[in-house]
Design a protein around this ligand. Structure first.
Ligand code: SF4
Length: 147
């Protein structure tokens, strides 16, 4: 009897390895069922960078791996985009929205105290002194950055 495939798997190859479905052929409902949701790409890059850096926003800020294609975008902005002239009200609205997003992120179950840097953690949350590092942040890189 053949086993059912996971919803994101198209088929198994001749070796029995799963071949992922083409997301261009999937509906929004299919993608959401697979655990994804529509998000701005800059925010996705930022989340990927935080994951890469072992959950540390401070390490993302310090990342020096210039050859990574995400490097210019890791702070959730596009530095190639033309600068916008913002009014004081627009600036305030953007800052308020950013603060709300940060609060929501800290209060989500995915955020754990161990992933927060001391300077960024809300008051009363215990913080690990040494966050784990991501796959691209090896010890040698960290030591050279610390020097
Ligand atoms: S190496 Fe740096 S820029 Fe690239 S994904 Fe990791 S944190 Fe982001």
């Amino acid at each position: 009897m053949m086993e059912a495939l996971a919803p994101h798997v198209e088929r198994l190859d001749e070796m029995g390895c799963p071949i992922g479905r083409d997301p261009r052929q999937m509906s929004a409902a299919d993608l959401e069922a697979a655990g994804h949701r529509k998000e701005p790409l800059l925010r996705l890059i930022r989340r990927n960078c935080i994951d890469c850096a072992g959950g540390s926003e401070a390490e993302v800020r310090r990342c020096s791996l210039i050859r990574c294609p995400f490097w210019p975008y890791r702070m959730s902005t596009n530095p190639f985009a033309a600068e916008r002239e913002l009014s004081e009200a627009q600036r305030t609205a953007l800052a308020t929205a950013a603060a709300a997003r940060k609060r929501a992120r800290f209060s989500s179950p995915a955020s754990t105290p161990a992933t927060l840097e001391a300077a960024e953690a809300p008051a009363g949350i215990a913080v690990a002194s040494c966050p784990s590092v991501g796959p691209k942040h090896d010890a040698a890189t960290q030591e050279s950055e610390a020097a």
